[in-house]
Design a protein around this ligand. Structure first.
Ligand SMILES: Nc1nc2c(ncn2[C@@H]2O[C@H](COP(=O)(O)OP(=O)(O)OP(=O)(O)O)[C@@H](O)[C@H]2O)c(=O)[nH]1
Ligand SMILES: [Mg+2]
Length: 329
């Protein structure tokens, strides 16, 4: 099937063949499907339909924190620990900036070489440069590709701090926020609202001076928050990712959080919220692209002419424009 294409599976848009390939564990088919997601390919609706049955089968873990805090090193360690337990793992290194910097990603590739020959691991860097819906729409679809490929756990590493990071973190079942001593991280964390999205805190680089102070700062901040007896209290763990220390404790905390999510109905709630955000992002992108194409047509220019001439008010014109958009194909 895919052999008929000059570039083989790499260029293929034969969605059933690609999905079958991904299901049987072909890493090239997985990579190709994620590329389709990244590029907002026209075949995407078909890909999404084919992958829908596998949705929700993986534990989705977000890793976030300031640049250089040790996310990739920790991810690498987590992959090793999860593989040792026989779990299949997918890794998405997501860069919210567009276009993304090759340097950091190359660094990730090199560091992730440990797992290059392991068929139970898929590692992929992705950006949202071509995706109209941005990361909010692209990331969950890439997660679905990895779920389709049979991953039990998907680790999503997000670079940087800020709104995009919070957005991506909110797509995970469990969010790990990494901090490191001496980076002003704890204070930054409160500012960026990261305290609210963290399910687990990890003070990495615990081999460095100031780790105890960072640990105390974050414990203090958690203690200030009001929490009911049934609410999750984020644990604060220490790690030296460079030496693989503290990793088993992170895996244990991830699994404990997962159990808590399930027993409190929170997993369903989070996944519904995630689906709502995804549908909204896709719908908004479609709407934006339609309005964009209207600009080149006749409807908008003729409405604009009447608004400029004082014959029509802009609200009535906008409402006429929207009523002409029709429904999503
Ligand atoms: N001393 C010490 N250094 C560490 C530790 N963990 C990671 N590092 C070092 O910190 C640097 C950054 O680590 P990365 O894992 O690339 O950090 P990152 O958060 O993925 O960085 P970006 O993706 O660029 O945001 C590297 O030089 C690591 O070797 C640790 O536990 N202790
Ligand atoms: Mg990294």
């Amino acid at each position: 099937m895919t052999g008929q294409h000059p570039g083989g599976v790499r260029r293929s848009r034969d969605v059933p063949a690609l999905v079958a390939g991904a299901r049987s564990g072909d890493p090239r088919a997985v990579a190709r499907l994620i590329t389709l997601v990244e590029n907002n390919d026209p075949a995407l609706a078909e890909v999404a339909a084919a992958l829908a049955p596998y949705s929700g089968t993986a534990q989705v873990i977000g890793l976030t924190g300031s640049p250089g805090v040790g996310k990739s090193t920790t991810t690498n360690d987590l992959v090793r620990a999860l593989r040792a337990q026989g779990r299949r793992v997918g890794v998405l290194a997501v860069d919210p900036s567009s276009p993304f910097s090759g340097g950091a990603i190359l660094g990730d590739r090199v560091r992730m070489q440990d797992h290059a020959t392991d068929t139970g691991v898929y590692i992929r860097s992705m950006s949202s440069r071509g995706h109209l819906g941005g990361l909010a729409a692209a990331t969950p679809q890439a997660v679905r590709v990895l779920e389709g490929a049979g991953c039990d756990v998907v680790l999503v590493e997000t670079v940087g701090v800020g709104q995009a990071e919070v957005e991506v973190a909110s797509l995970a079942d469990t969010t790990l926020v990494l901090l490191a001593p001496g980076m002003g991280d704890a204070i930054q964390a409160f500012k960026a609202g990261i305290l609210e999205i963290a399910d687990i805190f990890v003070v990495n680089k615990a081999d460095r001076d100031g780790a105890d102070a960072t640990y105390r700062d974050i414990q203090g901040a958690i203690a200030l928050g009001e929490r009911g007896p049934d609410e999750w209290r984020p644990p604060v763990l220490r790690a030296v990712a460079l030496r693989g220390e503290g990793i088993d404790e992170i895996v244990a905390a991830m699994d404990k959080h997962r159990q808590w999510l399930e027993s409190h109905g929170e997993l369903t709630r989070r996944r519904r919220a995630r689906a709502a955000a995804e549908v909204e992002a896709i719908a908004l992108a479609a709407l934006r692209s339609r309005i964009g194409s209207l600009r080149n047509g006749t409807a908008l220019p003729s409405l604009a002419e009447r608004v400029a001439a004082g014959e029509l008010d802009p609200y009535a014109a906008a409402s006429q424009l929207l009523s002409g958009l029709g429904s999503y194909e």
